[in-house]
Ligand binder design. Structure first.
Ligand code: AMP
Length: 219
């Protein structure tokens, strides 16, 4: 069996995927691959892809499968992904899940962690979330005063994402239920799905995930 640690992290928006993947990436020394971060960087840098997708991201809709599949394929060609990756926000549709299998070839997905979080918590977390525009570090609105709106990691500006506004949050959760929730049965039917309670202290969530990965010999 290949030892490439490909870990898919699923969960609704606000379930803590970004926070957990950042922490796990440090523990496991594999990259955190977030399609949302890749797309937001393209929008910020006004690349051709960025100009194409800016309004889609702002509205909380999904960009085309073809485009994200291509971006992920390119990302997997980079040297640091040879040992594995923590996938955050990808796959998000059944077409993307099939494409991921094709991209990985024999190095299939090793495990899919779903961060379970009750619906009521998600909207609260998203509306109070603030993000560094430069490095993607995640804060809450109550941190902002303490850090004066400046990222403590890199000095970048910490802002509210346009798609964390109430209208876009509702849209994104609808899109999640329609397009992404069915992936749980896709991975469950292959014996790859593990559900973790995301409504705990972030350190506890990380510890639980690391335990599961160790049990399965991943990382
Ligand atoms: P995220 O940070 O994962 O919530 O992603 C932010 C936004 O980027 C989403 O609302 C989509 O507009 C877009 N996006 C990120 N990943 C994907 C994906 N796998 N497929 C389609 N759109 C995506």
């Amino acid at each position: 069996m290949s030892t490439r640690a490909i870990v898919v992290v699923l969960g609704k928006q606000g379930a803590g995927k970004g926070t957990q993947c950042k922490r796990l990436a440090q523990h496991l020394d594999i990259p955190h691959v977030s399609t949302g971060d890749i797309l937001r960087a393209a929008v910020r840098d006004k690349t051709q892809v960025g100009l194409e997708v800016a309004s889609i991201l702002e509205a909380g809709q999904l960009v085309s499968d073809d485009l994200v599949n291509r971006l992920v394929k390119e990302r997997f060609n980079e040297a640091d992904a040879a040992r594995g990756a923590l996938l955050d926000g990808f796959p998000r549709t059944d077409v993307q899940a099939e494409a991921l299998d094709e991209i990985l070839g024999d190095d299939g997905v090793k495990i899919c962690i779903n961060l379970d979080v009750p619906n009521a918590l998600v909207a609260d977390r998203l509306s109070s979330r603030r993000v560094c525009q430069e490095c993607g570090a995640i804060y809450t609105d109550s941190d902002i005063e303490a850090i004066s709106g400046t990222c403590t990691n890199c000095g970048g500006d910490v802002v509210q994402r346009a798609d964390d506004m109430p209208e876009a949050i509702i849209k994104r959760l609808e899109v999640y239920e329609r397009d992404t929730a069915p992936l749980l049965s896709f991975y469950e039917s292959r014996g790859l799905l593990v559900r973790v309670d995301g409504d705990q202290d972030p350190q506890e969530v990380t510890a639980e995930i690391l335990e599961v990965l160790t049990e399965r010999g991943i990382g």
